[in-house]
Design a protein around this ligand. Structure first.
Ligand code: UT7
Length: 332
């Protein structure tokens, strides 16, 4: 096999809309309670876009922060990957809109759709271009406006989701640092468990699909829950084995921020204490592809994640999909 370069995160940024929707606000919208939402999910509040904001607007701000953090200009970016399940429109890609807005004049751009696993998938895909020497700088963004595909009359889903974006710059790093291993998984047999039924080629948007609310996210929460705990444990063990590490080596476990109960159950099965879990689901809810880069960004900015720390990120979502990445933080 040809020698590949070590690739890592050299810049990171995030953005959430300023509008806060609390559990108490939701109590006025559907039959629910702050107590039910907190106990079953760990969520207290989430951020919601303003009517004139779309996914690309959040992605652009997160991307600009990441570029600034990396100390590079947008014109130096070779490739942009936007992981999203809520693009501005079906086409063109949100990545192209971001490319234009940030002035990344020399970059290719495409969207990657892997449900809530999108960012970790995109991290793995983007890193291949840098590892092989094809590209020097890849911008990977996870951005979502789940509030746009949420049925605000359905208490079983509307309490769960929020909007936000996170972005990273991938470049070559010193050997031994950066992404040590990654793994991707899919099981399309579970496609119906979590999906947006209408608006695609199977069920084009029509008066009937709108009347039947098929343009909103549909989910069997209990099935997703069971799947999530199982694959989170399996993917964590798999990526650690590939990286030649054990659970004892993990300094920070960043799981998809869907539900605190899923995170704690998976961490318990792995024997990883809650003190090593990075959690922000309480403040942002489930932001799908944005959840892991948002959590990573916060933990880096507040100094929890330090140079040389071992960070493991694991996501699961629609597809069904799952993905994991083990990183030795820093680029030194
Ligand atoms: O990114 C991946 C996306 N999805 C997920 O990660 C979701 C994974 N699943 C979950 O997080 C959980 O399954 C939920 C939070 C969605 C639901 O929690 P649960 O403990 O599995 O509750 P449940 O669905 O078994 O519902 C228990 C009860 C039901 O009432 P009955 O049948 O026992 O009378 C529901 O109707 O809670 C009721 N319920 C609610 N009550 C108050 C469901 N949603 C609500 C609500 N407020 N918002």
């Amino acid at each position: 096999m040809p020698e590949v370069a070590a690739v890592g995160i050299t810049g990171i940024g995030s953005y959430v809309p300023d509008k806060v929707l609390t559990n108490y606000d939701l109590e006025k919208m559907v039959e629910t309670s702050d107590e039910w939402i907190r106990e079953r999910t760990g969520i207290r509040e989430r951020r919601i876009v303003h009517p004139d904001q779309a996914t690309s607007d959040l992605a652009v701000i997160a991307a600009e922060h990441a570029l600034k953090d990396a100390g590079i200009d947008a014109s130096e970016v070779d490739l942009i990957i936007v992981a999203t399940a809520t693009p501005d429109m079906l086409f063109p890609s949100t990545a192209c809109l971001v490319q234009n807005r940030i002035g990344a004049d020399h970059a290719g751009a495409f969207d990657l759709q892997a449900g809530c696993s999108g960012f970790v998938y995109a991290l793995s895909v983007g890193s291949q271009f840098v590892a092989t020497g094809k590209y020097k700088r890849v911008l990977v963004i996870g951005a979502e406006t789940l509030s746009r595909i949420t049925n605000w009359d359905d208490r079983t889903t509307c309490v769960l989701f929020g909007d936000g974006a996170g972005a990273v710059v991938l470049e070559r790093v010193t050997r031994g640092r950066g992404i040590l291993a990654s793994c991707l998984g899919a099981d399309g047999a579970g496609a119906d468990i979590l999906c947006l039924p209408a608006g695609g080629s199977r069920l084009p948007a029509s008066e009937q699909t709108v009347a039947a609310k098929q343009h909103y996210l549909s989910m069997n929460g209990r099935e997703v829950f069971k799947f999530a705990v199982r694959v989170t444990e399996e993917a964590t063990r798999q990526v650690l084995q590939q990286a030649g590490l054990t659970v004892e080596d993990v300094d920070h476990l960043i799981l998809h921020q869907a539900n605190i109960r899923i995170m704690e159950a998976a961490a318990k099965r792995l024997g990883i204490g809650s003190d090593r879990l990075v959690v922000n689901v309480d403040r942002y809810g489930n932001t799908s592809s944005a959840s892991i880069p948002l959590a990573l960004s916060e933990a880096v900015v507040d100094g929890r994640i330090k140079d040389g720390d071992c960070v493991v990120m694991v996501a699961f979502g629609a597809g069904l999909t799952w993905a994991a990445s083990a990183i030795k933080w820093g680029h030194g």
